[in-house]
Design a protein around this ligand. Structure first.
Ligand code: TRP
Length: 354
C-alpha cells in the first residue's frame, strides 16, 4: 500500500561522473532565448555528453504555462509557444547535434501528462509546499492565495518528465536539487506499488561553474535585459561588457580592487581557458594597478570568440524553420516511444491495464 503522507529517508542527491549506460534528460522552460549563463551552467555539459550517453533535451512548455497563463507578467501562452522553436535554435547554435541528442517538446508527449495525473496520487500537498525551490518561487512571484494548482504541482510533472524517459542522470543547476529528490521519492513509490523497479532513480549532474550573474550583478534574466544572449551581436556584447558591475571602490586603475562580487571576473572564471592568466590578473587587480577597461577588453574579445560561431549557426538555422521543425518532430517521435512504454508499466502498477 502506498502512503503518500509518510516521509521516507531521502536518498542523498548523488552527483557523480557520467557512465556510458546513463540515460540523460534535462529540460528548459521556453520563456525566453537562452543566454551565456545557460551555456556555462548546463548547455556546455550537454554538448560534452553527446555521443557518450543517450540524451534528450525536453522543451518544457507545459511547465512554462504553470506560471505564465494567467499573470500580468507580459508572458502568455502565445509567447511560450513562440519560444519553443527559439530554444531549439539556441540548442543547435550551442552545438547540440540532433543526430546524437533528441530534442523533444513536452506538450506533444501526452504520456507525460498522464503520468503526472497518476503520480499526483503519490504526493501530498504538504510535501509540495515544503519543496524549497517551489517555496522560493512562490515567494518570488508573490502568488500568496492565488497560487495556481498547476504551479504547486509542477515538481510532479517534472518527476513524470524524468522517470518517463527512464533517465538516470539529470544535468541541472543546484536550484533543481529538490526536484531530483522529489522525483526519486515518486520513483520509489511507483516501484513499491508495482512490486518491481519499473523506473530508475536518478542522479543530478551539477555544473562546475557557479551560477553566472547578470551584467549588473543581479540574477541574470531575459526580462531584466542583463544577460548576454547566445546569438548576441558584437555591439551588444561590447555594450553589455562595458556595463558590467565591477568594484565601485576601484576608481583609479592604481586603486586596489575587489575580485569577489566583480562580474567581469565571474565571466572570466567561466570562459577564459587561461586560468593561470586569470589568477595573475586577480592578484594584480587586488594589489592595484589594473584598470577595469583593460580587463573588460580582454573579456569582450573572449566572449566575441565564444559567441561568434553560435551567432553564425543561429543565424543560418533561423532562416530554415522547416529544418528546426523537423528536428523537433523526430526528437518528439522518438521520445513518444519511450514515454509510452513507461506509461504502460505505470498504468499496470495502478491496475489500469496497458
Ligand atoms: N524546472 C526546470 C527549470 O526550470 C526545467 C525542467 C522541466 C527540467 N523538466 C525538466 C529540468 C526535467 C530537468 C529535467 O530549469
Amino acid at each position: 500500500m502506498v502512503f503518500p503522507g509518510k516521509t521516507e529517508t531521502a536518498a542523498p542527491s548523488a552527483t557523480d561522473a557520467p557512465r556510458s549506460d546513463d540515460v540523460v534528460l534535462t529540460g528548459d522552460r521556453p520563456t525566453g532565448t537562452l543566454h551565456l549563463g545557460h551555456y556555462a551552467g548546463s548547455l556546455s555539459t550537454r554538448v560534452a555528453l553527446q555521443g557518450r550517453c543517450v540524451q534528450t533535451l525536453l522543451i518544457a512548455d507545459l511547465q512554462a504555462l504553470t506560471d505564465t497563463t494567467d499573470r500580468p507578467s507580459g508572458l502568455g501562452p502565445a509567447q511560450v509557444a513562440a519560444h519553443v522553436e527559439q530554444v531549439a535554435l539556441d540548442y543547435l547554435a550551442a552545438g547540440i547535434d540532433p543526430a546524437l541528442t533528441h530534442i523533444a517538446v513536452q506538450s506533444r508527449l501526452p504520456a507525460l501528462a498522464e503520468l503526472t495525473v497518476l503520480y499526483l496520487n503519490l504526493v501530498t500537498v504538504a510535501r509540495l509546499e515544503r519543496n524549497p525551490t517551489v517555496k522560493a518561487e512562490i515567494e518570488l512571484r508573490g502568488f500568496a492565495r492565488d497560487l495556481p494548482a498547476g504551479f504547486l504541482c509542477y515538481p510532479v510533472s517534472q518527476a513524470a518528465d524524468i522517470t518517463g524517459f527512464r533517465a538516470t542522470l539529470v544535468p541541472v543547476g543546484d536550484d533543481q536539487l529538490p526536484m531530483i529528490e522529489q522525483t526519486n521519492e515518486v520513483a520509489r513509490r511507483v516501484n513499491r506499488l508495482a512490486g518491481a523497479p519499473i523506473v530508475p532513480e536518478c542522479r543530478a549532474l551539477l555544473s562546475a561553474t557557479p551560477r553566472l550573474p547578470g551584467v549588473d550583478g543581479r540574477k541574470a534574466s531575459k526580462s531584466l535585459g542583463n544577460a548576454i544572449p547566445l546569438g548576441a551581436a558584437g555591439d551588444d556584447i561590447r555594450r553589455l561588457v562595458r556595463a558590467m558591475y565591477t568594484d565601485p571602490g576601484h576608481v583609479r586603475a592604481s586603486d586596489p580592487g575587489q575580485v569577489e562580487g566583480n562580474v567581469v571576473f565571474a565571466y572570466l572564471d567561466a570562459f577564459d581557458p587561461d586560468t593561470d592568466a586569470v589568477t595573475e590578473l586577480k592578484a594584480q587587480y587586488r594589489r592595484g594597478g589594473l584598470g577595469d577597461s583593460v580587463l573588460k577588453r580582454r573579456l569582450e574579445d573572449l566572449l566575441e570568440e565564444t559567441v561568434a560561431p553560435m551567432r553564425e549557426r543561429r543565424g543560418k538555422l533561423a532562416g530554415d524553420r522547416g529544418y528546426v521543425r523537423d528536428v523537433l518532430r523526430k526528437g518528439t517521435e522518438s521520445a513518444g516511444r519511450v514515454t509510452r512504454s513507461v506509461l504502460g508499466a505505470v498504468r499496470q502498477a495502478f491496475a489500469l491495464g496497458e
